[in-house]
Design a protein around this ligand. Structure first.
Ligand SMILES: [Zn+2]
Length: 341
């Protein structure tokens, strides 16, 4: 008997035995084809809980994944913090217009942050999904303080500040981490089984040493304070910080194909095992978006899935938010390849 998807996903997330590895998405799996098939397009799917539910459910209903992850964009927190957000179009993700802050002491987290419509839509969608899909894993999403720093201060000014004024960067991270704590707690209460924490301290912009210096201590604190399993998402090449990431206490790391599955497994193995014999962190993701899922064939997808299976990647899925024109058959090929093993 196959396990129900939620049970399979949670077993794999916690490295317990399951009928097979899980297939799931930690970030958006929405495409224009899935919008057409469900009748639930962007930008409404960011703003209306019923449209969000309809599009998000396609990852389970159409792609066969064990997960439903209803937060497609990266801008809900920024909107609730008072940034002007352009919610985009059917084929364009939302973006912040301009930037809001120049200094740490300007950041103001409104006391009614969770009542802002940008947060309410996510919480409402999770409640509806929980009622409708008791056996499917629901993955919420919050943004870590590094990514929020990019959104609120602008990527370049924020990165310049890491060189010019490190104490100010620490104050910013210290303030913005509270957004993740509050929003994650609310999403768990609304029915999420696990929480993606996206914090883009990505290899080409941030060195491994910077990650350990600025962000790893904050991540350790978030792992302690957020009550529920966390999936850290950082795209790009993270090989030089994967060891540090595995020591944060997060349950899972959602990683990019720029780190080959064998390399990720080797790094995690080198960190040693926990007292109960599990690896320090579960691995998720790794199927390449721009070449394989967007432009490759189902057979190309299968070959990458087979390598993930050989490396015992616990949860297999797209490496990051999928490009909006990704063919459905390629996204389905991940599930088929894992089922056929
Ligand atoms: Zn990403």
């Amino acid at each position: 008997m196959p396990l129900p998807p939620r049970e399979r996903f949670l077993s794999c997330l916690h490295q317990r035995s399951a009928d097979r590895p899980s297939v799931g998405n930690a970030v958006s799996a929405a495409t224009v084809h899935l919008m057409d098939e469900t009748g639930c397009p962007f930008p409404d799917a960011h703003l209306d809980p019923d449209v969000m539910v309809g599009l998000a459910a396609s990852s389970h209903e159409i792609l066969g994944y064990d997960t439903i992850a209803p937060v497609f964009s990266v801008q809900h927190e920024a909107a609730a913090l008072g940034c002007e957000v352009d919610w985009g179009r059917r084929d364009l993700m939302p973006d912040v217009v301009g930037r809001k802050y120049a200094r740490a002491d300007e950041i103001a987290i409104p006391p009614d942050f969770l009542s802002d419509s940008a947060c309410v839509v996510v919480l409402e969608a999770l409640r509806k999904l929980r009622a409708r899909y008791p056996d499917v894993a629901l993955v919420g999403k919050v943004f870590g303080p590094w990514t929020l720093g990019y959104h609120l201060f602008g990527v370049e000014p924020f990165l310049m500040m890491t060189l010019d004024d490190p104490p100010q960067v620490r104050r910013i991270l210290d303030t913005l981490k509270e957004v993740a704590v509050v929003f994650a707690a609310a999403q768990f209460e609304a029915g999420a089984d696990a929480m993606t924490l996206a914090d883009h301290a990505t290899g080409d912009l941030v060195s491994g040493k910077m990650y350990e210096d600025f962000l790893q201590p904050v991540h350790c604190e978030l792992a302690r304070r957020i009550d529920g399993p966390i999936i850290l998402h950082i795209c790009g090449d993270t090989a030089d910080r994967l060891g540090a990431i595995s020591r944060t206490g997060f349950e899972c790391f959602h990683f990019d194909s720029k780190v080959p599955a064998a390399r990720a497994r080797e790094i995690v193995r080198a960190e040693g095992l926990l007292d109960d014999g599990r690896f320090r962190i579960t691995l998720m993701g790794n199927i390449n978006n721009p070449e394989t899922l967007l432009r490759g064939s189902p057979d190309d997808v299968r070959r990458e899935v087979e390598e993930c299976l050989r490396q015992d990647i616990e949860i297999i899925g797209p490496e990051c938010a999928v490009p909006l024109t990704t063919p459905t058959e390629n996204l389905q090929a991940i599930t088929e390849a894992v089922e056929d093993r």
